[in-house]
Design a protein around this ligand. Structure first.
Ligand code: PLP
Length: 448
C-alpha cells in the first residue's frame, strides 16, 4: 500500500473512530499507526514499516500475531459453530476449557463463569461475592477492599475498586467507594527493609481494617505479584500468603484478578501458584485467548458455587452477557493452552527471560534508571526525569521515539516496561534490549 493510502487511513480513522483512553487532540502530534497485518512478534503498517510488539498489544498476545496453530483451530471451529447462547445450551469448547482450567488449580476452583472483557469478569466476581454472602444469610457484607494503585477495569463497578487518581477525579461521583489499603509495592521499602517486610507491613494495614469492618466486607480484590496498570508495581509472594490467611481468619472472600498476570506472565501459569494459595475467585482474561478474541472468566471454589445451588431462581447467580462462552473465543483459548503444553512454555520462558535480563543489564545500570525490576516475563524500570514538563511528556516522547526504532513501547508515566509475547528468538531479544536502551538514551538526552 502506498503512503497516500496510509495517510488516508489515518485521516479517516480520526474522523470516524474514537480511540480508547486517548485524548484525541494528541493525535495532532502523536502518530496513529494504521496496522495492515501481523506476524509473530511484529506488526506491519500499511507502508510496510514494522514494529516489534514489545507490550503484546496491551498485554493480550502470548504467541505472536497470526499464530499458525491458533489460526488453524479457529478456522476449524468457524466451520462447526461460531456461536450459540450458553443459557440452556452448552458446547465442547466451553466444557473442555472449563475442565482444563479447573485441572490447573487441582480442581480447587471447580467452576468457570464466562464473560467477554476483563472488567466484566471483575464485576462478576464482586457481584458473586456479595450474593454468595447474602445467600448464606450474611446480608451485611456489601463492601469491598482494594489496594492503593489498584486497577481492575473501567466500567463503573470495576472503577469502584480501581485506585487511579485520573479516573477517581473524573468519575468519582458515579462510584460506590471501596476501602483502599496499603500496597505491598516493594519500591516502598524503608531503609534496609526487604520486599517481604514491605509485604508484611502492607498486610498489617489490611488486618487493621478487617478487625474493624470485616462484618461489612464481602471481599478483598488484589492483582497478585504485579500491579500492572499502576506502573508494574511488584511485590513479594508472601503478601499473598498473608492476605489468604487474613481472609480466612476474618471470613472475607479473596478475589485474585489475574487478568494481566495470569497465563504464565509472572513465571507460573497462575501468579497465585508462587505463594501456594488459591483465592475464592480468580479472574482471567487478556492472554487466555492468545490475544485473539474477547474472552474473560471467573473461576470459583465449589463452596461458592454451592451457595447458589437451590430451587429458588433468585438464589441463582443473576448475570449474563450475549457472548457468554463464545465458542470461537473458547477454541482460541484451548489452542493457547495446547501451546503451553506442547512447547513447555513456562520452562522455555525462563531461558529467554534470563537472556533478556542479561541484555538489559547496561540499561539497568544507567544513572537515570531507578528500580529496575522483573517478575517472570515482565520487565520495568522508572526513568529519573527531574524537569516536570519533561516528565509529563516522557511517555509520549518515548512512544514516538520507539516507533522510529521499530519498537511498540508505551511507558506508564515514567515507568518503562517490556511485556513481550513468548515467541521472541535470540536475535529479537538482543535487538529489543539494544533498541530500548537507544530510545531511552535519546529521550533522556532530549531534555538538555
Ligand atoms: C486489563 C485489566 C482489566 C480490565 O480488562 P478489560 O478487558 O480491559 O476490561 C482488569 N484487571 C486487570 C488487572 C487488568 O490488567
Amino acid at each position: 500500500m502506498d503512503s497516500s493510502k496510509q495517510t488516508d487511513w489515518v485521516a479517516r480513522s480520526l474522523k470516524s473512530v474514537w480511540h480508547p483512553c486517548t485524548q484525541m487532540q494528541h493525535h495532532e502530534t502523536v502518530p496513529l499507526i494504521p496496522v495492515s497485518h501481523g506476524r509473530g512478534a511484529w506488526l506491519y503498517d500499511s507502508d510496510g514499516k514494522r514494529y516489534l510488539d514489545a507490550i503484546s498489544s496491551w498485554w493480550v498476545n502470548l504467541f505472536g500475531h497470526a499464530n499458525p496453530r491458533i489460526n488453524a483451530a479457529l478456522k476449524d471451529q468457524l466451520d462447526r459453530l461460531e456461536h450459540a447462547m450458553l443459557a440452556g445450551f452448552t458446547h465442547e469448547p466451553v466444557i473442555t476449557l472449563s475442565e482444563q482450567l479447573a485441572a490447573r488449580t487441582g480442581h480447587v476452583l471447580g467452576h468457570c463463569f464466562y464473560a467477554s472483557d476483563g472488567a466484566s469478569a471483575v464485576e462478576i466476581a464482586l457481584k458473586m461475592s456479595f450474593h454468595a454472602w447474602r445467600n448464606s444469610g450474611q446480608t451485611g457484607k456489601q463492601e469491598f477492599v482494594c489496594l492503593k494503585g489498584s486497577y481492575h477495569g473501567e466500567t463503573i463497578g470495576a472503577l469502584a475498586v480501581t485506585d487511579v487518581q485520573l479516573f477517581r477525579d473524573a468519575y468519582g461521583p458515579l462510584l460506590q467507594r471501596s476501602h483502599v489499603v496499603a500496597s505491598p509495592d516493594a519500591r516502598a521499602a524503608k531503609d534496609g527493609e526487604s520486599p517481604a517486610e514491605v509485604a508484611r507491613r502492607a498486610a498489617k494495614d489490611l488486618e487493621t481494617l478487617l478487625q474493624e469492618r470485616a462484618a461489612h466486607i464481602a471481599a478483598v480484590i488484589i492483582e497478585p505479584l504485579v500491579q500492572c496498570a499502576t506502573g508494574m508495581a511488584m511485590h513479594d509472594p508472601v503478601y499473598l500468603t498473608e492476605v489468604r490467611a487474613l481472609c480466612d481468619r476474618y471470613q472475607v472472600h479473596l478475589i485474585a484478578d489475574e487478568i494481566a498476570v495470569g497465563c504464565g506472565r509472572t513465571g507460573t501459569f497462575f501468579a497465585c501458584e508462587q505463594a501456594d494459595i488459591w483465592p475464592d475467585f480468580l479472574c482471567l482474561s487478556k492472554g487466555i485467548s492468545g490475544g485473539y478474541l474477547p474472552l474473560s472468566l471467573v473461576m470459583t471454589r465449589d463452596a461458592i458455587y454451592d451457595a447458589f445451588y437451590h430451587e429458588d431462581v433468585t438464589r441463582g447467580f443473576l448475570h449474563s452477557h450475549s457472548y457468554t462462552g463464545n465458542p470461537l473465543a473458547c477454541r482460541a483459548a484451548l489452542a493457547t493452552l495446547a501451546i503451553f503444553e506442547e512447547d513447555d512454555v513456562i520452562n522455555r520462558n525462563r531461558i529467554s527471560a534470563e537472556r533478556l535480563t542479561a541484555a538489559l543489564a547496561p540499561l539497568a545500570a544507567h544513572p537515570r534508571v531507578q528500580h529496575f525490576r522483573r517478575r517472570g516475563m515482565i520487565w520495568a524500570f522508572d526513568a529519573i526525569v527531574d524537569d516536570p514538563v519533561q516528565a509529563a511528556t516522557f511517555s509520549r516522547r518515548f512512544f514516538t521515539t520507539a516507533l522510529e526504532q521499530e519498537l511498540l513501547l508505551r511507558p506508564i508515566g515514567r515507568t518503562v516496561y517490556l511485556m513481550p509475547p513468548y515467541v521472541l528468538d535470540d536475535e529479537e531479544i538482543d535487538g529489543l534490549a539494544r533498541r530500548t536502551q537507544a530510545v531511552f538514551e535519546q529521550v533522556i538526552g532530549d531534555r538538555s
